[in-house]
Design a binder for this molecule. Structure first.
Ligand SMILES: *Cc1c(COP(=O)(O)O)cnc(C)c1O
Length: 399
């Protein structure tokens, strides 16, 4: 018999109680399943809504060329592989994908994994050992934090985008320690951009490796969507270029791109490459084709950039606090959790599918709607969403 104060049972109970509380208030916005995804539209519970919660930044989901590539891959290779990458699980499509990523990112080589999450765990834990240190931005993605926890190295977090704090911490390390600095290129909750020029200088000065997670940067930053190095005109300055194949690229998987030796090391030392199944053929082929489509249809990136400018300017014009966002990830600050949940509920009532983000994903008191704009939105759709957010905000007392 389990004791009534069993800590595992208590942990489960507390979460289930919280879910029930949210359901009771009509504030439960999670695990909503959609029946159809097309352009800027989503059908949820039989109702068509305007999608403002998607990572489909370039509107590539359902692109005919990408869907056709996925189908052709199934026809040729089937639905799965024969195992892990290092052993029998590598197929021609993985090699083609890694070549395409290397070209796209201007790197010598690339290694792919079955998700972006796993990629961060894989790379950080393989690269950093017991006497090393990993320094992360306080707002880095959970998969980076988990990678650092898995690594045996010392783990420190510097204040968000605070280059003075990073410098102090680099100065304080043992001279012999291996040093890895890891940041998001675009911070996934705030939508602001990492300070690559200073990061690069600091890493060079202290002999640290620089790893940048481009989950929200590939297809988004830079005039042609090649990411943060293009954005700053600083090609070849990021040592370890990490990205996902699940956001602007409408597939699944993650990658590390970098020099040949780094990639060779990861392919033989990072545990998910050795102990977890390879990407399925359809996912690999879709990602390869998506990279080609981004090159062939550069107007998508231009539209994304002009939509982003329009969305941010309109929200700020109405008096919303959008923090330092300069990207399609736009936080609409609400303050308390209740306000964020209620804002989401009111917006959805008017046909905007947008989701709240609350603690622990963001600091207490900075609960927000996180609205994502894409190249698939028209200006009229963006204007409509801004009107809806404004009405909701007045009702909730934010404006
Ligand atoms: C989404 C995301 C990941 C994880 O990628 P998946 O492909 O969804 O596993 C990693 N890092 C950041 C910054 C992300 O936003």
């Amino acid at each position: 018999m389990r004791r009534t104060d069993d800590p595992i049972a208590r942990r489960i109970r507390e979460m289930v109680d919280r879910v029930h509380m949210l359901r009771d208030h009509n504030w439960y916005h999670y695990l909503r399943s959609s029946d159809e995804l097309r352009g800027s539209r989503v059908v949820v519970g039989g109702r068509e809504m305007l999608m403002f919660a998607s990572y489909n930044y370039l509107g590539l989901l359902r692109h005919p060329r990408i869907d056709a590539a996925a189908r052709a891959a199934v026809d040729e290779f089937g639905s799965g592989t024969h195992g892990v990458r290092l052993l029998a699980g590598t197929i021609r499509l993985h090699e083609e994908l890694e070549a395409a990523i290397s070209r796209f990112k201007g790197a010598e080589a690339a290694a792919t994994y079955s998700s972006g999450y796993v990629t961060n765990l894989a790379a950080i834990s393989a690269l950093c050992g017991r006497h090393d240190v990993v320094l992360c931005d306080r707002l880095d993605h959970a998969s980076i934090v988990d990678g650092c926890r898995l690594a045996l190295a010392k783990f420190e977090r510097f204040q968000h985008n605070d280059m003075e704090d990073l410098r102090r911490r680099l100065e304080a390390q043992e001279p012999g320690a291996g040093k890895l600095v890891v940041v998001d290129a675009v911070f996934s909750m705030d939508g602001d951009v990492a300070n690559l020029p200073v990061l690069h200088d600091l890493c060079a000065e202290f002999g640290a490796w620089l790893m940048v997670d481009e989950a929200h940067s590939v297809g988004v930053l830079g005039e042609t969507g090649h990411g943060i190095e293009e954005h700053y005109g600083m090609h070849g300055t990021v040592d370890i270029k990490m990205g996902t194949l699940s956001k602007a690229i409408p597939s699944v998987g993650g990658y590390i791109a970098g020099d040949r030796d780094l990639v060779c090391f990861l392919k033989h030392a990072s545990r998910p490459f050795i102990f977890s199944a390879s990407l399925p053929p359809a996912a690999a082929a879709a990602a390869t084709e998506a990279l080609a489509v981004i090159e062939d249809e550069p107007e998508r990136v231009r539209t994304l950039h002009s939509n982003t400018r329009h969305f941010l300017k309109s929200l700020q014009g109405r008096g919303f606090d959008t923090l330092h966002s300069a990207t399609p990830i736009v936080p609409i600050l609400c303050g308390t959790e209740d306000r964020a949940w209620e804002m989401a509920r009111l917006s959805q009532e008017e046909g905007i599918f947008v989701l709240p983000v609350v603690s622990p994903a963001v600091p207490d008191g900075t609960s927000r709607l996180r609205a994502n704009v894409t190249a698939a939105h028209t200006l009229a759709e963006i204007d409509f969403a801004v009107d809806v957010f404004t009405r909701a905000a007045k009702q909730v007392g934010i404006l």
